[in-house]
Write a protein that binds this ligand. Structure first.
Ligand code: UD1
Length: 423
């Protein structure tokens, strides 16, 4: 098992290029199953989750050319497609559920054991299923009680669907399914994340007719067939936000390249409230934590365009060293404070009550043995390790490998004192 050894580091300096978005590439790869023609996906990040999705598509019968060294994946789902997703792969990644719509459209059935993924809450799929039922899909309720999604449909028909919560995954599954359904689907209270827009752009290039992606109402006019296309995945806004916090927490000066500032409005606003200087140039975004002391602030996570839950733990790392107390409220996931215990091992003295965390700030952190409790929390404890006295040893870093391409190498290029060791 690999570990990260992190030492107190000099301020991060230099430039870093952000990789393609994990959360955009996964649904796009699933959508490639909707056509028999070849899809070329560029700027695919070399991540464990992308490898798992490649294996899943292969196991379903697609031909996958994986060239992750060059950030390219070519998918051709031209043969017979199986309807059952193997549990061994599904349990490794919750995003496996994204193939649900494509399996139904290609085979008339989808059989998926409910997935694992980050241990940050119950993460049910009833909204995905509610949407599919409205499109004419039958769900075996007895199987569902046993944790198996067994869905079948001869034909999908457009409908109006209201999501009780703007779930990212449900929105993606529904727009994929609606693209090849008969008639028009209107999805209300849809998720508005940039990754939804990227998926809709990909599907529209394939010949789908989707309007309104990026707003709370998405209209999909079903078409008969989709074709193969080539597509560049958007930059990863969470990776970008993590490096922005890295520059801030170490009082560094970093130029972040391949970034879409519009995707990061909430994070930029909050970093500015903390005293971080951020400017955008043609080259990218310059983030300077070396100008002013870090000032405390409060954050509340919300669906996009609110403050992203995936940035909650990296931002909390910054608040541990701010000049005073801050409050963090997590509203998206019910169990996303596991990193608090790890920060506290380093002396952060954070208290939680329900979905609310109080961070006293103004702490001199001490290196400690900590665990990457989930993907983003793993990155967050690395950031605190960069400013803690002594050595921080981060275990279970396979979580970080799921979502950050070359994390250690990128940090080292910026001057961070971090090593990956294999045990
Ligand atoms: C996606 C992202 C993940 C991010 C999350 C929220 C991918 C691969 N992952 O996950 O990084 O943290 O969005 O921005 O894109 N919910 C229900 N019922 C459902 C579906 C969801 O109650 O049927 C709840 C979940 O339990 C959770 C919340 O809604 O509390 C958000 O989930 P959702 O938006 O679906 O997140 P994911 O698509 O799983």
């Amino acid at each position: 098992m690999a570990k990260f050894l992190v030492q107190k580091s000099a301020p991060l300096k230099g430039e870093v290029k952000i990789s393609g978005s994990k959360n955009a590439v996964l649904p796009i790869m699933a959508a490639a199953l909707l056509t028999e023609e070849k899809c070329i996906i560029k700027d695919a990040p070399a991540l464990r989750d992308v490898e798992v999705m490649c294996s899943l598509l292969e196991s379903l019968g697609a031909t996958v050319e994986k060239d992750l060294e060059n950030n390219k994946v070519i998918i051709a789902a031209d043969g017979d497609i199986a309807c059952e997703a193997p549990y061994d792969l599904v349990k490794m990644m919750r995003a496996s559920i994204l193939v649900l719509g494509a399996l139904l459209l290609r085979t008339g059935r989808a059989l998926i054991h409910l997935p694992g993924g980050c241990a940050i809450g119950k993460r049910p799929v009833e909204l995905h299923l509610k949407g599919l039922k409205a499109l004419g899909v039958t769900i075996d309720e007895e199987q569902l009680l046993r944790g198996i999604v067994d869905a079948s449909a001869d034909k999908l028909r457009g409908n109006t669907i209201y999501l009780d919560f703007p779930s990212v995954g449900a929105t993606e599954v529904i727009i994929m399914a609606a693209s090849l359904a008969e008639g028009t689907t209107v999805l209300e209270n849809a998720a508005q994340e940039p990754e939804i827009v990227d998926l809709a752009n990909f599907l529209n290039k394939m010949g789908a007719r989707i309007k309104g992606a990026g707003t709370d109402t998405i209209k999909v006019e079903g078409v008969e067939k989709l074709k193969g296309v080539s597509h560049h995945v958007i930059p990863d806004r969470i990776e970008a936000g993590t490096f922005m916090v890295g520059a801030a927490i170490t009082k560094g000066n970093v130029l972040i390249k391949n970034i879409v500032p519009d995707h990061l409005k909430a994070v930029i606003a909050k970093l500015r409230e903390c005293g971080v200087e951020i400017s955008t140039t043609d080259e990218g975004m310059r983030v300077r934590g070396d100008r002013k002391p870090i000032v405390s602030t409060d954050i509340k996570t919300l669906p996009y365009p609110g403050f992203p839950t995936d940035m909650q733990s990296p931002f909390m790392a910054l608040l541990t060293v701010a000049n005073g107390p801050s409050v963090v409220i997590e509203t998206v996931f019910e169990n996303r404070f596991m990193h608090v215990g790890e920060f506290n091992r380093m002396g952060a003295n954070i208290k939680t009550e329900g979905n609310c965390a109080i961070i006293p700030g103004d702490k001199n952190l001490q290196g400690a043995q900590v665990v990457a409790t989930d993907l983003r929390a793993g990155a967050a404890v690395v950031l605190t390790g960069l400013v803690a006295d002594g050595m921080t040893e981060v275990s279970q870093v396979y979580h970080v490998d799921r979502g950050y391409e070359d994390f250690v190498e990128k940090l080292r290029t910026l001057g961070a004192n971090i090593l990956r060791v294999e045990e």
